[in-house]
Design a protein around this ligand. Structure first.
Ligand code: BES
Ligand code: MN
Ligand code: ZN
Length: 499
């Protein structure tokens, strides 16, 4: 069994043996090179399409085994959907994923994919390749017996009219894929393997790519007064870590963009313990930290012309004799006191100190935090949108647009004075939960108390980080959500002369 995948690009004519793939537009017939391939078989396209119900919609396929007069084992005709130059880029990523699904289903080892659309832009070809690679990903390192008919190594050659400009476009896009896959693997890893120290070790290896990585221990964090983060960590045998990653690809004087991630390697709920059902999902409660780490990797791989900081708070939320309790009052690094009313509202405590530390140290031009923060975000938006909180309309619009473009979608949520009341405490400056109502919003309000004049966006990824049904571009539990949308946001709005 092997998941090895090699992706190549070659100019026409280059169809080799193995599987040949051609595309047909929705309600159309083979055209151009696809037509000349099909015509060699001597078969009646319309009749075959009708008999198998093929109309060229995405996901439709005609599978001809041992096609006559063609020097290949198999001819796959795939539906391309409706043509249109304004197609969202993510439609091409989906096509690439769908292609990979068909190649795997037909047990293809070697494929030539013919793409001779006139004017096909390199970045669209790059999306196809990216989609194929994303769909190919599996997390099966813990299986000692491979599934029957498991995958075989595969090589795919995209055969194009022109290959000019393709190398850069593909390398750039694959840098994002690598970041997404890194985030997926971090989220898929079980918590017995991936604790705070182990996660920090993986982040530290990014120094090989030119990222400066520092790691704070609990003693360092105590010196900074991070009483909120440390309260969460105190019930675990495994010590907390705060990892600071810096990529300096921009103007040396430019203030950085900062990305802050919730990294709860496992969330039992603590003394306010969670019910048993699905608690295993809480190995993924470090999805924010995983996305931030994957994003830093992407920026370094594609040598982004931007200054970026990634800060991740890594803790385990355990129930133990040393755990923090409901009723405890802790002091955050900012000096604010917090009454703990629910030890399961731990992510916001981790972020309170990580946000404060980030803005005090770096004065970033924008902070974006990512966190699997509230079950309420999952209830409100399911797996298809992350919840976006941002008071600046222009920044919110840009993040929204990046979500539409990449398929990692966001939906904006409100702030409002009425919600603020829900987190007022009888005993301290603020309490850490506002109860069941508007759970995602009160969590965002809590975080806002720890933002001090720095532009800020909060993205609640509780619904999008893991657990979605398999999609065109992902067959795995973890999604790697966040890397692609933030990379797109940085590319479109953060890179360039100003930075
Ligand atoms: N990690 C959870 C949120 C979560 C739930 C993420 C399901 C992904 C899937 C978070 O720490 C949590 O427990 N939040 C509580 C907050 C409540 C106690 C105010 C929640 O959502 O119930
Ligand atoms: Mn929790
Ligand atoms: Zn949590």
């Amino acid at each position: 069994m092997s998941h090895d995948l090699s992706l190549d690009f070659a100019p026409l004519p280059a169809a080799k043996a193995g599987t040949i793939v051609i595309y047909v537009e929705q309600d159309g017939v083979p055209e151009g090179e696809a037509k000349s391939v099909w015509d060699k078989t001597g078969k009646d396209f319309a009749a075959i399409a009708k008999s198998v119900g093929f109309s060229g919609k995405p996901g439709h396929m005609i599978d001809l085994v041992a096609p006559p007069n063609l020097a290949c084992d198999r001819l796959l005709v795939l539906g391309r959907g409706k043509n249109g130059a304004l197609d969202a880029l993510s439609a091409w990523t989906d096509r690439g994923g769908s292609l990979m699904a068909k190649l795997e289903a037909t047990r293809t080892r070697s494929a030539s994919v013919i793409l001779d659309e006139p004017g096909l832009e390199p970045r669209r070809v790059a999306e196809l390749a990216a989609g194929a690679k994303l769909r190919r990903y599996r997390f099966d390192k813990y299986r000692t017996t491979p599934p029957e008919n498991g995958p075989e190594a595969m090589s795919v050659t995209f055969v194009l009219k022109e290959t000019g400009g393709l190398d850069d476009a593909v390398a750039d896009r694959m840098a994002v894929v690598e970041g997404t896959l890194m985030a997926r693997t971090l989220v898929n890893e079980p918590a017995n393997v991936l604790g705070p120290v182990e996660f920090a070790g993986i982040a530290n290896r990014l120094s090989d790519l030119g990222i400066t990585v520092e790691t704070l221990t609990p003693e360092d964090m105590a010196d900074h007064g991070m009483g909120a983060l440390l309260a969460v960590a105190q019930g675990s045998e495994r010590p907390a870590r705060l990892v600071v990653m810096q990529w300096r690809g921009g103007n040396p004087d430019a203030a950085p963009l900062a990305f802050i991630g919730k990294g709860v390697v496992f969330d039992t709920g603590g003394i306010s313990i969670k019910p048993a059902a699905n608690m295993e999902d809480m190995k993924g409660d470090m999805g924010g930290a995983a996305a931030v780490t994957g994003l830093m990797k992407t920026l370094a791989l594609r040598k982004a012309k931007v200054n970026a900081v990634g800060v991740i708070g890594l803790v385990e939320n355990m129930a133990d004799g040393r755990s923090y309790r409901p009723g405890d009052i802790v002091t955050a690094m900012s000096g604010k006191t917090i009454e703990i009313v629910n030890t399961d509202a731990e992510g916001r405590l981790v972020l309170a100190d990580a946000l404060w530390y980030t803005q005090e140290r770096f004065r970033p031009r924008l902070m974006v935090d990512l966190a699997t923060l509230t079950g309420a975000a999952l209830v409100a938006l399911g797996h298809d949108h992350a919840a976006l909180f941002c008071e600046d309309d222009a920044t919110a619009d840009k993040l929204f647009a990046a979500g539409q473009e990449t398929g990692e979608k966001l939906w904006r949520m409100p702030f409002g004075q009425a919600y603020e009341k829900l987190i007022e405490s009888r005993f301290a400056d603020i309490k850490n939960s506002g109860g069941r109502k508007a759970g995602s919003i009160t969590a965002a309000h809590f975080l806002r108390h720890f933002v001090n004049g720095v532009p800020w966006a909060h993205i609640d990824i509780a619904g999008t980080a893991f657990g979605a049904n398999p999609s065109e571009t992902n067959a795995s539990w973890a999604t790697g959500y966040g890397v692609a949308v933030l990379d797109r946001f940085i590319r479109d709005h953060g890179e360039g002369e100003r930075t």
